[in-house]
Design a protein around this ligand. Sequence first.
Ligand code: MCA
Ligand code: AMP
Length: 463
Amino acid sequence: MLLPLLSPQAPDDPDAVVVGDIRFSREDVVGAATSVAERIRGAHTLAVLAEPSIDTVLAVLGGLIAGVTIVPVPPDSGVRELGHILTDSGAQAWLGPAPADPTIPVIPVRRYARSWHSHPEPPADATALILYTSGTTGLPKGVPLTRAAIGSGLDALAEAWDWTHHDRLAHGLPLFHVHGLILGVLGPLRRGGSLHHTVKPTPAAYAAAASAGATLFFGVPTVWHRVADDPESARTLSSARLLVSGSAPLPVPVFTSIRELTGHQIVERYGMTETLITVSTRSDGERRPGWVGLPLRGAETRLRLDGADQPHDGATVGDLQVRGPMLARGYLNRPEATAESWLDDGWFDTGDVAMIDPSGMHRIVGRAATDLIKSGGFRIGAGEIETVLLGHPAVREVAVVGEPDEQLGQRIVAYVVGDPVEPGVLIDLVADELSAHKRPREIRFLDALPRNAMGKVQKKLLG
Ligand code: MCA
Ligand code: AMP
């Protein structure tokens, strides 16, 4: 069973799922999610506007109970991104809140309706969720994730972190990605623990959750950076059992500040939408700053260069490849992109460059492609932003890069050649067409882009 806690036999807990001010007991969650399942039985794919709300939780759980594939959509998606996700996924309707002027039907989620009907468990190889993630070019790609992959990914994390039903998880991460949704909502429901979603991942909200008894905290490095900058809130987290960081590299100074303020060494883990989490430091093991840990139970990793295995000597770098039961099997509707990353023998080429030491510890050194940007823990393709900016009449040429940023890890900067235009106009264009977190933080105007003899833009010369 993917989520044993959704069975009516599970013990009740008055604060099983708290999202902001809304508190649902386990009985409320099971009754309301089953009522959603009743309403959608027979559908195949539904979109959920994944606001940080109890409705999103109930919609996703309803889909899981009914065996209907759910497509979580970033709530600030602009027209282009939204249109693409709906068409590509084949979503038949919105489940729960919908954007203004929806182009497909809307099925409401009734928070206070209850049903106790018992649904058969869908097959393990059924697609539970389709998550969208950016590539270097083009619009985001859909990653179908099976119930089996989600179950094994969560069990492997539970083993590494000693995550049990005694844990109360707190975080305020978005509910349309692996981190906030699969680990952050389905995780506690599989483990038997409870969830406190703080709506926004602010230091004050994390401190309040700690005071209310949360034991386990998730954040992206930007969140931990902000917590470290707020010593009073940070000290409140001393009462926690485990602090976890992921989605982007955790800077060593942030690891150190959090240790000084809370007494906790952050557990860092590494993963991707396509693979779920495959590598992590352990609650009972070494937590080495700057390193992301050991392969999780069931996961294997290797370093490759020019088709050959590279030594695990803590110094040689190579392309990181992973294999395991938590992996997706390919992209939706994208056989060519699938063939590029999923190799014949079950290995997945992550696109990350890494080193592994003789004890099996992994260090992520960087990405093979400069055109994938990680900003605030969000993966963003330079190509999708360039396409939108080229759609503006004043823009003749554009190159988008990620530049180092203390808080965000990388900040998006667009270099533009063209006619004079207000930078804010171009920034808003990206926010409107794609989503707010994909907007460039800065526009820099140039007379020409640096190009090599072949005419290819030399992004490394920008900045
Ligand atoms: C400002 N805003 C704008 C504009 N300017 N909106 C539209 N157009 C504009 N021109 C608004 C934003 O909408 C937002 O509003 C506010 O200004 C602040 O935006 P921003 O600075 O972008 O972000 P932030 O609020 O400071 O967010 C930092 C953050 C966020 C909270 C850390 O980056 C975040 O939630 N990151 C988590 C990413 C994540 O979960 N990744 C997991 C991927 P408003 O505040 O009103 O909304 S899964 C993964 O990577 C793998 C599997 C893994 O390993 O986990
Ligand atoms: P996403 O598709 O949003 O899931 O992003 C996956 C990418 O995030 C990986 O390929 C890595 O580049 C990056 N990533 C995730 N966790 C870590 C980490 N702990 N350290 C460094 N990079 C990470």
